[in-house]
Write a protein that binds this ligand. Structure first.
Ligand SMILES: Cc1ncc(COP(=O)(O)O)c(C=O)c1O
Length: 438
C-alpha cells in the first residue's frame, strides 16, 4: 500500500473535512525552501510550512545539534530538574528580547504559550488579592486552539461548536490606518467599566485573520492606555517572532514593550515543537513567595524538552548570523519592489507588506472569508505550478523561509501576476454576464 492509502485508512488531518477534501500530498523530503513528494515532484514552500520554518527544510546544522543532544539527554521532567540547553536558551532569549523581559516559561506550542500568558496575567492580580477576570483582545484576532486561546480569538466559524463554553472576552477594533481613534475609544470605555487583567494582541500583523497590518504607533497608544490603567499587555508573537516583521520581534518596533510575550513557530526554526512565554521581573515577583499557593501551577510533559531547546539554540545562532541578517532586508526589499510594480492592479483590492511578509487581497465578488471558493481556486492554481501558497480566503501571502533565493522569490511573483491576470479575466466575464442578464 502507498503512503497515501495507508494515510487514508487511519489518519485524521487537522483543519480538513476528511470526506470532501482532496487527498493530501505525501511529502517525503525537504531541502532549503523546497519540498518533494514521493514521485519526486517539487513544491516551493512559500508559507514556511504553517509559518514555522525560517532556515529551510532539513537544515543540516539543526539536524546536527539535535542529533548531538539526542545522544546526550532527550528528556527530563522540568519540575525539580533542569538541564543545560533550557538554561542556555533562557539566557540567550533574555538577551535578545525587549529589555523588560526577565523570565522564560517553557511549553510546547503557540496555543499553550498564549494560554500561559493569560493564566499568568490573571494570577498576577489574584496573588495580590485582586479579582480581574476580564481579557481584552482585538476583533479579527487568532491566538490558537485551546479553550483560552479560542476564547481570546475572534469567534471564527470553525469554533461554533464550542462557542457557548468559552469565557467572555472584551473586543476592540483593530487600529487600522484611519481607525486608530475608534480603537482607542473602545479600549478606554472597557478600561473604565471592567476589571481587566490583560490586553492580548498580535503585534502589527494579524496572521490568520488575513495578514491584516497596523502601525506600531497605534499599538503603542493602546499599550500606554493599558499601562495607565495598570492592565498587563500580552504580545502574541507566535507568528511575528523571529524576524517575520523585519526585526527580531514585532515588539522591537514599540516604545512601550509588552509585559508578557508568547513565542513558538520560528523558535526552533520549524523543526521541533517548543514554545516560550516570557515576562517581566515585576510579574515574576508576584509569584515569588513563601506561600506555596502563589506558585504558577502550570506545566506540560514536554515543558523545555532538551531536543527542542537544542534546536532553538541552533536556530537562534543561525538567526543572529550574518547570512540571515542580510536575507531579511533582502526579502523585504524584493517584496517592496514587487509591490510597487503591481500597485493599482484591477484584480486586487489591497497589497500590504511588512518585513518578510507580503499579502495580496484579491477582489472578491462573493462575501470574503475563509470559505470563499476563490480560496480553493487560488490554492490549486499555485499548487499546479509547484508552489505552496495557502490563501486565507481571498488573501494570498508570501511568508517564506529566509533562505529563499531571489530567483525562487521571482517564481512566486510571476505566478502571483499570472493569478492576478486570471482573476481579472474571471471578474470581467462575471461583469459581462451580469450586464447581459440585466
Ligand atoms: C498569532 C498566533 N497565535 C497562536 C497560534 C497557535 O499556535 P499553535 O498552532 O502552535 O498552537 C497561531 C497559529 O497560527 C498564531 O498565528
Amino acid at each position: 500500500m502507498s503512503i497515501l492509502e495507508r494515510d487514508q485508512q487511519y489518519v485524521w488531518h487537522p483543519y480538513t473535512q476528511m470526506k470532501t477534501a482532496p487527498l493530501p500530498i505525501p511529502i517525503v523530503r525537504g531541502e532549503g525552501a523546497w519540498l518533494y513528494d514521493e514521485n519526486g515532484r517539487a513544491y516551493l514552500d512559500a508559507v514556511s510550512s504553517w509559518w514555522v520554518n525560517i532556515h529551510g527544510h532539513a537544515h543540516p546544522f539543526l539536524a546536527e545539534r539535535v542529533n548531538a543532544q539526542f545522544h546526550t539527554l532527550e528528556h527530563i521532567i522540568f519540575a525539580g530538574f533542569t538541564h543545560p540547553p533550557a538554561v542556555e536558551l533562557a539566557e540567550q532569549l533574555v538577551q535578545v528580547l525587549p529589555d523588560n523581559q526577565a523570565r522564560i516559561f517553557y511549553s510546547d506550542n503557540g496555543s499553550t504559550a498564549v494560554e500561559i500568558g493569560i493564566k499568568m496575567a490573571v494570577q498576577y492580580f489574584y496573588n495580590q488579592g485582586q479579582a480581574r477576570p476580564k481579557i481584552i483582545a482585538f476583533e479579527n484576532g487568532f491566538h490558537g486552539e485551546t479553550f483560552g486561546a479560542m476564547a481570546a480569538s475572534s469567534p471564527f466559524a470553525f469554533n461554533r461548536a464550542w462557542q457557548d463554553m468559552l469565557f467572555q472576552v472584551e473586543r476592540i477594533p483593530v487600529p487600522l490606518a484611519g481607525q486608530e481613534a475608534e480603537s482607542l475609544a473602545a479600549l478606554d470605555k472597557i478600561l473604565a467599566t471592567e476589571e481587566v487583567a490583560a490586553f492580548l494582541f498580535e503585534p502589527l500583523i494579524q496572521g490568520a485573520g488575513g495578514m491584516v497590518m497596523y502601525s506600531p504607533e497605534a499599538l503603542d497608544a493602546l499599550i500606554e492606555k493599558c499601562r495607565e490603567a495598570g492592565v498587563l499587555c500580552i504580545a502574541d508573537e507566535v507568528m511575528t517572532g523571529f524576524g517575520r516583521t523585519g526585526r527580531l520581534f514585532a515588539s522591537d518596533y514599540l516604545k512601550n514593550p509588552p509585559d508578557i510575550m508568547c513565542m513558538s513557530k520560528g523558535l526552533t526554526g520549524g523543526s521541533l515543537p517548543l514554545a516560550v512565554t516570557s515576562c517581566t521581573q515585576a510579574i515574576y515577583d508576584e509569584f515569588w513567595s513563601d506561600d506555596k499557593m502563589k506558585a504558577f501551577y502550570h506545566g506540560h510533559s514536554y515543558t523545555a524538552n532538551p531536543l527542542g531547546c537544542a534546536a532553538a539554540l541552533a536556530s537562534l545562532e543561525l538567526m543572529l548570523g550574518k547570512e540571515r541578517q542580510q536575507d531579511i532586508p533582502r526579502i523585504q526589499a524584493r517584496h517592496e519592489t514587487f509591490m510597487q510594480k503591481i500597485a493599482g492592479h484591477p484584480a486586487l483590492s489591497d497589497i500590504r507588506c511588512r518585513g518578510t511578509i507580503i499579502a495580496f487581497e484579491f477582489i472578491s465578488p462573493a462575501a470574503t472569508g475563509y470559505f470563499n471558493q476563490l480560496r480553493d481556486q487560488l490554492y490549486n492554481f499555485f499548487l499546479d505550478r509547484g508552489l505552496l501558497l495557502r490563501p486565507l480566503g481571498n488573501v494570498i501571502y508570501i511568508m517564506p523561509p529566509y533562505c529563499i533565493t531571489d530567483e525562487e522569490l521571482q517564481l512566486l511573483y510571476d505566478a502571483i501576476e499570472a493569478a492576478m491576470a486570471w482573476h481579472h479575466n474571471q471578474l470581467q466575464s462575471l461583469i459581462a454576464k451580469s450586464e447581459a442578464d440585466s
